[in-house]
Design a protein around this ligand. Structure first.
Ligand code: HPA
Ligand code: ZN
Length: 337
């Protein structure tokens, strides 16, 4: 019953978007040539034979870890402050075309410092592109630094200290946690989140309950003290966790196309959106890594509507919860709702 125009016109907020996940195969090849970076040879991985071959490989991920190999490798082509600016600005252009009014954008720091890129170039480059996008399109934004679970806790702690001046200056707004989930219980990273509180960082989130069990969502809430859960679709496996989410009014940042691409769920219809709505768990819809998962935010909305046929009142709830759960000033929320 709803046209794409109806979905485009909704005041959409995106809360779960990895800027590195907006690096398309076409941009990857362009930046590799520009920065004289050698992509893996045929002998290592035939997927890098051409843009088309890589696009095809991205349509056949078998798991989160299978995706993460490509995602982490692709970052090798991001070298200069201008590369990060271009990446961020390209996302803002796409966000504008999709009708996004507010974007909370994650970045990985550890991946980039490992190649010798400075935190200055990463954070200032991203802020350059995002500020330009705000000026040109009127989209507000927040930057979230995600620590990486596949690396030792000591690496995350070290990078928190490295990033502290940027948090203090308001150039980084929130802290998140991503990367591989199986066998990486949230409690392991408690020192990082304790340090965040010590630093006065008031906006905390973590990926949990994507491939990992519902208990990881509980741990993130109770032991890390996060205010939001990224993904969280496995929360429904434990009533106690659902109750906790409802009572705390925690927002889940659900990523429908991502869940299907990474085989977290077999089909879009299996992403438990209707059950979350019925049980009163707040969620927003997000693209996660749009260059890898077959669509930016509006495409997620369109495919969700095709699969679920939500009523206008359901869309009003989803969009209002997204605004309410955003890390934006109250005055801005009041104007949007
Ligand atoms: N899960 C975990 N780590 C990630 C993701 C994700 O969906 N996207 C980028 N890093
Ligand atoms: Zn994610």
């Amino acid at each position: 019953p709803h046209s794409v125009d109806f979905l485009r016109a909704l005041p959409k907020c995106e809360h779960h978007l990895h800027i590195e996940g907006s690096l398309s195969p076409a941009l990857l090849f362009r930046l590799a040539a520009h920065n004289a970076i050698t992509l893996p040879s045929h002998a290592v991985d035939v997927a890098y034979a051409s843009i088309e071959a890589l696009e095809a490989r991205y349509r056949s991920f078998t798991s989160l870890d299978d995706f993460l190999d490509y995602y982490n490798r692709a970052s090798a082509v991001l070298i200069t402050r201008a590369d990060f600016e271009a990446l961020a600005y390209e996302y803002m252009k796409k966000a504008h075309a999709d009708g996004i009014v507010h974007a909370e954008i994650s970045f990985d720091l550890q991946t980039h410092t490992a190649r010798g890129v400075s935190i200055d170039d990463v954070v200032h480059g991203l802020n350059d592109g995002l500020n330009k996008g705000r000026t040109d399109f009127g989209i507000s934004f927040r930057l979230i630094m995600c620590i990486l679970r596949h690396l030792p806790v000591s690496s995350s702690v070290g990078h928190m200290h490295l990033a502290k001046p940027f948090f203090d200056a308001g150039l980084i707004f929130g802290l998140g946690m991503c990367s591989t989930e199986k066998s990486q219980p949230p409690t392991k990273f408690r020192p990082v989140f304790d340090l965040a509180r010590e630093f006065g960082i008031g906006h905390l989130t973590a990926h949990a309950g994507e491939e990992g069990p519902a208990d990881y969502v509980r741990q993130a809430l109770e032991e890390l003290g996060v205010h939001r859960i990224d993904h969280g679709v496995r929360s429904l496996e434990e009533d106690e966790v659902v109750d906790m989410l409802v009572k705390r009014e925690t927002l889940l940042t659900v990523c429908p196309l991502s869940n299907v691409c990474l085989q977290v769920k077999p089909r879009l219809e299996d992403v438990p959106l209707r059950e979350l709505l019925e049980r009163g768990v707040r969620f927003s819809l997000n693209s996660d890594d749009p260059a890898y998962f077959g669509g930016y935010l509006l495409e997620n909305y369109v495919q969700v509507q095709r699969a679920f046929d939500f009523a206008p009142s359901d869309w009003r709830t989803i969009v209002a919860n997204g605004i309410e759960g955003s890390w934006m000033p109250d005055e801005q929320k009041e104007k949007l709702i």
